[in-house]
Design a protein around this ligand. Structure first.
Ligand code: C5P
Length: 223
């Protein structure tokens, strides 16, 4: 890990699992702890970058010195990312973004009633933030995605990389209990646009974050 490689670069990191509200007291979310994204934010800062951490609620303390932008829903996250991206050099989307959100959010708490034994919740697709970013991305900007897959890691990863015009994708197999969502360790396969892949050993999220930041620095050197 080379410490001075991102000096002068403005890096946005997103982290945590989004919350999609049903009503004032209920939401849909996922198992993301935010650990991977927070580790990336810390590593980018240690490499000398100016870091903005756009984060869904987590139990973690953000690294000192990063600008923290708290968000809840995918819609909030999209707004925050699209506002910050034009002035950024890199965007690293480690957040676990919901794929679907409630079609309506009730203003008042949804009540059960005596005559209803079921409640049908209608969901609609969330906006794909990285796709929107791809549309405004400038040649000098680097974008990195994460992909949590339970099957066909490489094939799905390649497709994602292309459809979101990414410079790098970190794919991890979330079907494995020993790595991924909640733990301190992870194992990712870095997928590059030329089809080259590189699997890290199973190691701490801190070490993986540093490897990712080194790759981002390398991408700047190549642009
Ligand atoms: O398509 P999928 O959700 O698996 O892609 C994962 C990557 O895309 C992650 O980097 C995630 O943060 C990002 N994403 C996004 N907008 C969404 C869903 C995911 O930018 N609506």
């Amino acid at each position: 890990f080379a410490p001075q490689t991102l000096v002068g670069k403005r890096v946005i990191v997103t982290a945590g699992g989004t919350r999609e509200r049903l009503d004032p007291v209920r939401f849909l979310t996922n198992d993301s702890s935010g650990k991977m994204g927070y580790a990336v934010a810390a590593a980018a800062q240690q490499a000398g970058a100016t870091v903005t951490l756009i984060t869904a609620p987590t139990k973690l303390t953000p690294p000192a010195g990063v600008t923290v932008v708290p968000i809840q829903s995918t819609t909030d996250l999209a707004q925050a990312v699209l506002a910050a991206f034009p002035k950024a050099d890199a965007l690293i989307m480690a957040a676990a973004v919901a794929d679907f959100q409630p079609e309506v959010t009730a203003d008042q708490k949804i009540k059960k009633t005596a005559d209803n034994d079921e409640f049908i919740l209608k969901l609609k697709k969330t906006p794909d933030i990285l796709k929107q970013v791809a549309a405004i991305k400038q040649p000098g900007q680097v974008t990195v995605g994460f992909a949590a897959e339970t099957q066909n890691l490489l094939a799905n990863g390649q497709k994602k990389l292309q459809s979101k015009s990414l410079d790098l994708l970190a794919a991890n197999d979330v079907s494995r209990a020993d790595i991924g969502f909640n733990g301190d360790d992870n194992q990712v396969t870095f997928i590059m646009p030329d089809g080259v892949t590189d699997q890290t050993p199973k190691t701490s999220k801190v070490v993986i974050a540093r490897a990712l930041v080194d790759r981002v620095a390398q991408l700047f050197a190549e642009k």
